[in-house]
Design a binder for this molecule. Structure first.
Ligand SMILES: Cc1cn([C@H]2C[C@H](O)[C@@H](COP(=O)(O)OP(=O)(O)OP(=O)(O)O)O2)c(=O)[nH]c1=O
Length: 203
């Protein structure tokens, strides 16, 4: 059974989520990872808002992926990529740089709402389709001790906003409005709709 698409992502969560809806995929591997991070400028541009930013980065990941498929003469299939970021007030919050940064981000998320944005993009090189999921998450109050223990667990380090709702930080989340899978990094409703545009229906 051949794969329906390539998944241009290093994220184990995205693989798990895509598997959950029965889409047959192959991870696009190169240079030891699924994507060369140098391909995509993940720096926020001056004046760029969170919506524009997350869509631009997801589009660049997908474009880098299809480019590789074409240049390497791999079997031609659509490429799916995604990007997740947080919006806190007017600020865009990505992955923490280090443990101290993770603690600072978590202090900022304590006892309030923030938005989690995930853009999903599918391209076959000629046609590109995308969807954007925006969810609102409310954290309860986080004590310094809770933050210290969570940072020490190592969980925040590779995650936008320094937390994973699917892990220990599930205990911080008082309320969500939107998509749980979107907050985890791949909104499955939107993903299925975008894939349908390419005639890809989960089995
Ligand atoms: C908010 C949140 C983020 N995350 C993760 C999802 C993403 O993997 C990560 C955001 O980083 P991204 O830059 O979106 O993705 P990535 O670098 O991990 O993977 P890719 O190769 O596809 O670019 O944060 C969670 O797992 N749970 C959460 O609750």
């Amino acid at each position: 059974m051949h794969s329906a698409i390539y998944l241009a992502s290093n994220s184990p969560r995205r693989r798990e989520l895509l598997r959950q809806i029965g889409v047959n995929f192959e991870v696009l591997l190169f240079r030891g990872g699924a994507r060369a991070d140098t391909d995509v400028d993940e720096a926020v541009q001056p004046g760029e808002d969170a919506e524009t930013y997350v869509c631009r980065v997801a589009q660049a990941k997908a474009a880098g992926g299809i480019d590789r498929v074409l240049r390497r003469g791999l079997p031609h299939r659509p490429v799916l990529a995604a990007d997740t970021t947080l919006a806190v007030d007017a600020d865009i919050v990505g992955k923490p740089a280090d443990a101290e940064d993770a603690a600072r981000i978590l202090r900022r998320l304590s006892d309030r709402e923030h938005r989690v944005l995930t853009a999903v993009v599918v391209t076959d090189g000629e046609r590109t389709e995308q969807a954007l999921n925006i969810s609102t998450v409310r954290f309860g109050p986080l004590t310094p001790d809770m933050i210290r223990r969570y940072v020490a667990s190592g969980e925040p380090m590779d995650k936008a906003g320094a937390y994973g709702i699917q892990g220990r930080a599930g205990a911080f989340v008082q309320h969500i409005e939107g998509s749980y899978t979107g907050i985890m990094g791949l909104p499955l409703y939107e993903t299925a709709r975008v894939l349908e545009c390419f005639g890809i229906v989960p089995r």
